[in-house]
Design a protein around this ligand. Structure first.
Ligand code: PMP
Ligand code: GLN
Length: 381
């Protein structure tokens, strides 16, 4: 038999799938893969049930259901004063994941280079590699996580086409400051780069409000903003995502999307369109519950001798592994001796080896789950 595509066969299983499998096999509490162990509100499920009863059930327009695109345009205008034409500047995708892939394919040609910060979310690298795009990583050194501007300049060459920015940042929980975003905006303009902004945790910032890079002066024309509803509605399995930006960029992304998935499940799009007007009251409660979870886990881990880093956003936090251990060995030990799974971080790095000293805990879990996990870590199995 002829060999298959070496890029695909070289991937292996994602670290999230592996850790969830290991956690399930060991009967461990899964604080590794990022998903809530509770579902979003009943009223949103009811809206989906209504949409399934009444339809439509045939293909949605491949840009997305018109009511959803209009709803997103209204929402982003009110939320961030971002003005988007729902007909041409908002594309509904199967999760942020599909938007990331379609955007990389549409904006970069094989052989071109994509700057990114590491630790980096796994699908950026996979999407880039599948398309023959080179990822150029700039390490955010732990614990300060500051941008190395000299490295950014050094990496920026004639083939550099775009930067991918995840803000708030998975897995570190960093929220890029206004000053950093302003500097990134100037950097992108100076080097004529597009910026792909993955903002799936936009509603999970703790101390400061989220600032979309696209809202900064001179950035609207060069930014594609990607988001999704999985985290915000605690319905990660619905996979509703979108890409937003100027028509000139959204058009080719749409053309890629139409040949990959064409459209997302139509009734779910209608359900989300009907959810959006109520987000204003939902979001403060949503954030408040995560404040509690974050602080509870930090306090608990600290009392156990961990030194967890306080995240400014997302539902993840990082902690260092004890001396003499690696992220993988320590994560294995926690699974088997404490029945708690945390995510080893080395696979989030291409260049730096600092990931071997870090693990990530997810606090998108019921308070009872977090309490049980802390109890088990304390030795009370
Ligand atoms: N980007 C980041 C940073 C994520 O953490 C995730 C997943 N949790 C995604 C993209 C993918 O989002 P979705 O499930 O909407 O495809
Ligand atoms: N984004 C989730 C995380 O960071 C995982 C999503 C997935 O499993 N693909 O854990």
């Amino acid at each position: 038999m002829k060999p298959l595509n070496p890029i695909a066969t070289g991937f292996g299983e994602s670290v999230f799938t592996t850790l969830t499998r290991l956690a399930n096999q060991a009967g461990a509490i899964n604080l590794a893969q990022g998903f809530p162990d509770f579902d979003g509100p009943e009223w949103i499920k009811e809206l989906a049930i209504d949409a399934i009863k009444t339809g439509p059930h045939q293909y949605a327009p491949s840009m997305g259901a018109i009511s959803l695109r209009q709803g997103l345009a209204d929402f982003y205008l009110e939320q961030y004063k971002l003005s988007l034409d729902p007909a041409q500047e908002i594309l509904v995708t199967v999760g942020a994941s599909e938007a990331i892939y379609s955007t990389i394919v549409a904006l970069l040609a094989p052989g071109e280079e994509l700057l990114c910060f590491e630790p980096l979310y796994d699908s950026y690298l996979a999407s880039a590699r599948l398309h023959g795009v080179k990822i150029c990583p700039v390490t955010l050194p732990f614990p300060g996580l500051e941008i190395d501007w000299d490295r950014m300049e050094d990496l920026c060459g004639p083939k550099t086409k775009a930067l991918i920015l995840n803000n708030p940042h998975n897995p570190t929980g960093k929220v890029f400051s206004q000053a950093e975003l302003e500097k990134l905006a100037l950097f992108a303009q100076k080097h004529d780069l597009y910026v792909i902004c993955d903002e799936v945790y936009e509603f999970l910032t703790f101390e400061t409000p989220h600032i979309p890079l696209a809202s900064l002066p001179g950035m609207r024309q060069r930014v594609v903003t990607i988001s999704s509803m999985g985290k915000t509605l605690s319905l990660t399995g619905w996979k509703i995502g979108w890409a937003m930006g100027p028509h000139e960029l959204i058009k080719p992304i749409h053309h890629v999307h139409q040949f990959i998935t064409f459209c997302l499940a139509h009734p779910l799009q209608i359900a989300l369109a009907n959810t959006l007007p109520r987000l204003k009251t939902y979001l403060p409660e949503f954030r408040a519950q995560y404040f509690k979870k974050r602080d509870y886990l930090i306090q608990g881990l600290t009392s156990l001798g961990f030194k967890p880093q306080r995240p400014q956003g997302t539902y993840f936090l990082l902690a260092q592994v004890p001396n003499g251990q690696t992220d993988v060995s320590f994560s294995q030990e926690l699974i088997h001796t404490k029945k708690v799974a945390a995510l080893p971080l080395s696979s989030f790095y291409l260049e730096s080896n600092q990931g071997t000293q870090l693990i990530r805990f997810c606090f998108a879990k019921k308070m009872e789950t977090l309490s049980l996990a802390l109890n088990q870590l304390r030795g009370g199995l």
